[in-house]
Design a protein around this ligand. Structure first.
Ligand code: MRU
Length: 369
């Protein structure tokens, strides 16, 4: 996607320096800082401390992380024990997003076929870059399939702006291109359909206010940042036509883990008869599980993310304390929205209802006989 006229992705492989490069998202929208990931510890830190974040992006970072593991330790051969130990460290960096395990395993498994060190390294890089291109294309397809939903509402409103509410950042910064939740929005906007996005600020780290607002602004999409608690009120007053969110892990039966607060948006949407869609590439499905509440691990993050708020003050990025010193805080980073509250999924293969049988109709290879 374009930033001030320049094509950008949140992660890429620089062929000149042979280095993995990322946008360090901690400082957006105030500073656009690019970092190199040269060691596996760099990669783990970038994922844990959310220089990179969003399910498809941490999947892509994990995939390139396997290449970094191999480059960092040239022991001349195929040391599977070392590779596996480092892959486990990568996968432990964040517990909820399925894509991280998927991306790491996919590249690890591809390299296991090779025994010669040099071939292994080349194979790891090629497979990781393939993951990145495939995920970009999946997001493009999500945009194509989701377009019909927005077009339909636009026609019913006689071309008046379609008001779409989204939570967290499920845009290109969280993916590679287009985003998941934002892909239908960008596609509709690029097709000349009038859209307006309600952007949940998404406390505690404000991925909505910092990242989604920045992305939409750079693309020229009309949007308004709201507090996380405003969505229900807007829905009650007919100011939201559609909710689209992303997800970090979705079960084969359609339970959705996403950024904390998503569940409350789904409840409010249900109460107000507003369609609530979840956009995701198939890499985010956890095909092994059906019960999201029981089986999806929810990341508990540092309470300081609650105690402090980051922002720009006199030209400098600063953290300021919100809560009284010594007050305890709890910081679950995700919640689970049961399938019963989800109107449907927008995937690279099309749109389906949030039921196991409809999901299996789109992904028949995942049926359990
Ligand atoms: O903690 P984060 O910022 O990694 O959480 C990201 C989200 O919750 C996104 O909504 C989700 O990963 C979908 S991204 C396309």
């Amino acid at each position: 996607m374009k930033v001030d006229g320049k094509e950008m992705r949140p992660i890429w492989f620089d062929t000149v320096s042979e280095t993995v490069k990322i946008i360090d998202q901690r400082f957006l929208p105030h500073q656009l800082i690019i970092e190199d990931l040269k060691t596996v510890d760099d990669v783990i830190r970038a994922i844990k401390e959310m220089y990179v974040r969003g399910a498809p992006l941490i999947g892509a970072t994990g995939a390139l992380g396997v290449y970094v593991i191999l480059v960092q330790k040239n022991n001349g051969g195929a040391d599977n024990e070392y590779l596996d130990a480092q892959c486990r460290r990568l996968k432990d960096a964040r517990p909820t997003a399925m894509n991280l395990f998927w991306g790491v395993d996919r590249v690890r498994n591809a390299t296991l076929k090779e025994t010669e060190y040099d071939v292994r390294v080349k194979m790891a890089l090629a497979e990781a870059l393939k993951v990145i291109e495939e995920e970009a294309e999946n997001c493009r397809q999500i945009g194509r399939h989701g377009l019909a939903l927005i077009k339909d509402i636009s026609q019913r409103k006689n071309g008046k702006p379609v008001n779409i509410l989204t939570h967290c950042n499920a845009g290109w910064l969280a993916c590679i291109e287009y985003g998941t939740a934002t892909a239908p929005i960008y596609t509709a906007f690029d097709h000349g359909i009038a859209v307006h996005v309600w952007v949940d600020e998404t406390r505690p780290l404000n991925q909505g206010a910092r990242l989604t607002a920045w992305e939409l602004g750079k693309h020229g999409v009309p949007h308004t940042v709201i507090t996380d608690n405003a969505g229900g009120h807007l829905m009650q007053h007919g100011m939201v036509d559609l909710v689209i969110v992303g997800t970090d892990r979705t079960t084969r039966a359609g339970d959705v883990a996403n950024k904390i607060g998503t569940y409350l948006k789904a409840l409010a949407a249900k109460d107000n008869n507003i369609p609530f869609y979840v956009a995701l590439p198939s890499s985010t499905f956890d095909w092994r599980i059906t019960d999201g509440l029981k089986d999806i691990p929810i990341e508990e993050r540092n309470p300081d993310e609650i105690h402090f708020v980051q922002g720009l003050c006199r030209g400098k990025i600063q953290n300021v304390r919100v809560s009284p010193k010594d007050t305890p805080a709890a910081n679950p980073a995700f919640d689970v929205t049961p399938a019963s509250l989800v109107t449907g999924f927008i995937t690279e293969r099309g749109v389906c209802n949030a039921t196991e049988s409809d999901i299996m109709d789109l992904f028949p290879e995942k049926r359990i006989e």
